[in-house]
Write a protein that binds this ligand. Sequence first.
Ligand code: SF4
Ligand code: SF4
Length: 174
Amino acid sequence: MIGNIKGLMVTLRTMLRSPVTAQYPEMDKRTVLAKRFMGFPALLWDYSVDEPYCTGCMVCIRDCPTQCMSATMQDNLLHTEGKSKRRKIVESFEINLGRCILCGICVDVCNFDAIEMSHEHELSKYKRDGNRVDLPALLDMGKQFQRKIGWQPTQAKNVGATELVDNGAKGVPE
Ligand code: SF4
Ligand code: SF4
């Protein structure tokens, strides 16, 4: 008898409890991602000079275990004009996110604070090569991530501005 009552109490408690599960894909019913969540890699934007942090140095590309990245670099015009400390800047960048294993090695080896594991994680596509992401798209992902977590570079030397401006030491403008 007591066992039955205990069982009934558990049922009643469960009935009155609010759901602990998320309802995909409804935006307002999803679980909140932790700040340290590691989604797909994205390139970051330097608001102090309005250019990418990435110099196209190829270090991450050489170290990527699945060889899913490619990039080219070019001379930086803003450096010639004396506005940016970066002599070279990325010209093109592509990651085939369909082959990325989210290992984070590209982030670990980048010495320029140019790439981060963003919160992007939904990449269902109808095309086989639908997840090849180019430079503008990678930068958009990065800007979204920067705004969301209030990102700041880990090394002040990586900020591109030659003069210290208000938002020069920050990842996102005020
Ligand atoms: S993300 Fe970093 S390591 Fe990769 S090419 Fe750009 S600057 Fe170099
Ligand atoms: S997270 Fe790993 S697999 Fe994905 S692009 Fe970076 S190094 Fe390559």
